[in-house]
Ligand binder design. Sequence first.
Ligand SMILES: Nc1nc2c(ncn2[C@@H]2O[C@H](COP(=O)(O)OP(=O)(O)OP(=O)(O)O)[C@@H](O)[C@H]2O)c(=O)[nH]1
Length: 625
Amino acid sequence: MPPMLDPGSHPGATSPERIRNFCIIAHIDHGKSTLADRMLQLTEVVDARQMRAQYLDRMDIERERGITIKSQAVRMPWQVREGDLAGDPFVLNMIDTPGHVDFTYEVSRSLAACEGAVLLVDAAQGIEAQTLANLYLAMENDMTIIPVLNKIDLPAAQPDKYAEELAHLIGCEPSDCLRVSGKTGDGVPHLLDEIVRQFKPPVGDAAAPTRAMIFDSVYDVYRGVVTYIRVIDGRLDPRDRIKMMSTGAVHELLEIGVISPEPIKSGGLGVGEVGYLITGVKDVRQSRVGDTVTLNGKPATEALGGYKDPKPMVYSGLYPIDGSDYPILRDALDKLKLNDAALNYEPETSTALGFGFRCGFLGLLHLEIIRERLEREFALDLISTAPNVVYRVDMEDGAEHIVTNPSEYPAGKIGSVYEPTVRATVLTPNDYVGAVMELCQGRRGQLLGMDYLSADRVELRYTLPLAEIIYDFFDQLKSRTKGYASLDYEPSGEQESDLVKVDILLHGEPVDAFSAIVHKDKAYNYGVTIAAKLRGLIPRQQFEVPIQAAIGSRVIARETIRAIRKDVLAKCYGGDITRKRKLIEKQKEGKKRMKMVGRVEVPQEAFIAALSTSDGTDGKASAKK
Ligand SMILES: Nc1nc2c(ncn2[C@@H]2O[C@H](COP(=O)(O)OP(=O)(O)OP(=O)(O)O)[C@@H](O)[C@H]2O)c(=O)[nH]1
């Protein structure tokens, strides 16, 4: 018998029965990237020499923070080692999914490109909130699930205990849960065999008009946008003219191929195959996640389901600390936008902070990532205003306003105000249920339900206003449960709430950067805190300066900065006029960095200090879930 051709080297010619498309889903830090690395090594896609930890996490920020932001797809050849299929060559496409709530939509598209999911659980930690959230997503997509306990090499691992829990959750036998160590590689070959055996091959119609789903697209400086696709029906070949079904835009396919783990050009991709394509477009907005690619000459009539436009959930103003950096910030945002279809921004000006941009993000982590990239890749020093959610305001006269910036809150007779809500799942040991409930109730949460996953682990489900989560909710949750609780949430629409806009006034002038939309019961607290903070930060002036917090024309809190005259000439006796001049010049220099709010001079540092402690984003812990 002639030797079998390695199917991994023949993209475009692999029959669907020989393909398995899968992803690994896990709670953060349960070892997904480490397991993926081991698979790359065992399938000899990467040899030991090239291997570096977390091969698939490309971005520096990802590697440093140990989180996965952009999904990738790798093609790996695998010959089953044991049992009935032993010796048969298969192609495994591993699709990496981002692990954070901000990117739930991208996760759902990655899952839609697979038939199976490896549900990975740390054998020393057990099931966590994201394990559940990901499992539910996988079930909604009708995927086959292989439960796997990881890190069995750890002395603290309790695989028997957690196999029971997992089996109970999925409805299988504890013995169906595989046991592996991504670190030592133990059990991983067996897992690869089971992936072939348990996951279904892709199904599609090779003769039908081509339909391929985009599950990721990234901008590359040299090659333009690289789009990751999974072919559902028909096939795609080099030089085809393709059409994006959501926009109708037509492009020529300049290159098509697979990632293994570097890009390899191919003669085309057929039913069930996963790979990349390049058309020369320069903006990821022209190649959107969830969209369907078809052929211009023989287009499909119906797009694949599930396409959604990314919608910003959280807004914040970004300002350069040095006003002359504004053009650099603008260019930097233009560049980042090429790689990020969810990033939104428009110019705005603030009395306190000068010229900047109002930016829309998918969530707090997304905000932090963008801010960090701006600071790191473009050497910008930035200040961001406290993040806020998007409000819908219905006026009594029937007009509707969408408010993304508190300073644009409409004046006049307001009928009702709506705010976005999330459905949150908290998993906690039994002992902390009281503490978690207290926290959620304090944040205006409504309990939806509570389940015992095992004797000592409880799942609590709440509806919470998104605005209450984006401050320090996660940090509070961790500190009240000694780090044992985990959180996951997804958008769940909007609710009418009793919200008011609180303005902060300096000597009667509103300071836009501190305006906030808050619940009526929390307005007083917000006003008092900000007013007290500013009093400590703003230097005395030659006249008395009241700091007030107000709702409309009603003042709810007040602090006063007493008057003082700073006489720089006080120590200059005698008539040395040149020295006096020098001192006055020096004082003028200092004043240039002052911002004028009405008649009050405020050093920009005061605003920066007040903002950096009033926003919840500076705690690094909030980035990780
Ligand atoms: N002892 C042991 N440690 C492991 C194993 N697998 C992963 N780790 C460690 O667990 C930590 C998290 O592993 P990652 O692979 O980064 O986890 P991840 O799930 O990809 O994390 P995110 O990308 O942040 O979601 C790292 O410090 C790994 O070295 C294992 O099998 N045994």
